[in-house]
Ligand binder design. Structure first.
Ligand code: HEM
Length: 265
């Protein structure tokens, strides 16, 4: 009787031996430590994560979990952002009323508020993560490259926040982006009022002028308008998240390659 019981396979074991499972996970259901490590190394998603974790790496007091929380908020923003895209129309005619509708008609305003609050939280949490990395000296070799990747992630987080700010198309948004984008006028070389811009000329013709500088490219014209809304929408929903996903994959993979999370002194 006991032997019969031992011979019975659990659902997990049966699943683990099936061809479908093996074609996806490759190594079958891992039982030993070694097999578990192989399962991690053999899967593209798990491979980004270290196969072994030292105890301090999961200590809240060391990492503050701020990197993990940044990623969690990014995933949250991606999901709620996709849901918002089903309803929001990026045109001067509809943008404002669509946001009012989303706030007032959807129960508890749940989609818009989740997205908005997660966006505020992500900016804060990414800064705190950077502070933690700085305080523990984790920017030092061999992690200096990953610090650089982090700086790019931070810049893109801020740019996501800036481009998303215009989308409600209310007075606050329009004037905030007018002020923000005016700063680009003074960018060295590529802003028409910036230092060095006048050097970029062919004979008497200035290459960088009010109708060709970085501000013009950013807002799609000389003033914030219909073209800006569409441009910011595409940058906010597709371009920046796509680039960020690539850099996050590099960031996580590099943590692994740099020997895992740095240790306390
Ligand atoms: C979207 C933004 C970011 C995400 C999702 C992210 C995610 C993570 C995660 C999950 C970790 C491992 C766990 C932890 O340390 O909390 C980590 C570590 C690290 N991050 Fe970030 N990070 C981001 C931005 C940044 C920024 C802005 C910097 C610095 C400029 C940075 C530099 C680093 C470094 C150097 C490590 C290794 C730390 C160590 O070994 O102790 N990251 N990041």
């Amino acid at each position: 009787m006991a032997k019969e019981k031992n011979n019975k396979k659990s659902i997990l074991e049966t699943l683990g031996e099936s061809q479908v499972w093996k074609s996806i996970i490759r190594s079958g259901v891992p039982r030993t430590r070694r097999q578990r490590m192989h399962a991690v190394l053999g899967s593209v998603f798990l491979h980004l994560h270290p196969a072994r974790l030292p105890k301090h790496a999961v200590k809240l007091g060391y990492t503050w979990c701020m990197g993990g929380l940044s990623f969690f908020l990014f995933v949250n923003l991606t999901i709620t952002g996709i849901l918002l895209m089903f309803y929001y129309r990026p045109t001067v005619e509809y943008a404002y009323t669509d946001i009012i509708d989303l706030t007032e008609q959807v129960p508890l305003g749940i989609m818009r508020e989740l997205h908005r609050w997660a966006a505020h939280a992500m900016v804060l949490v990414v800064w705190l993560h950077m502070l933690r990395v700085f305080m523990t000296g984790s920017y030092k070799p061999p992690r200096e490259f990953n610090w650089g990747v982090g700086v790019l992630l931070m810049t893109m987080t801020m740019f996501l926040s800036f481009t998303g700010y215009l989308l409600p198309w209310d007075q606050l948004a329009i004037w905030a982006v007018t002020v923000g984008s005016n700063m680009a006028r003074a960018h060295p070389f590529i802003g028409h009022e910036g230092p060095g811009a006048s050097l970029l000329a062919i004979g008497d013709i200035n290459l960088v002028h009010i109708g060709s500088d970085v501000r013009f490219a950013l807002i799609g014209g000389r003033f914030v308008g219909e073209a800006t809304l569409l441009r910011f929408y595409v940058i906010h929903c597709i371009a920046v998240p796509f680039i960020m996903m690539i850099f996050m994959a590099v960031h996580f993979w590099r943590i692994r390659k740099d020997g895992g999370i740095s240790g306390p002194l």
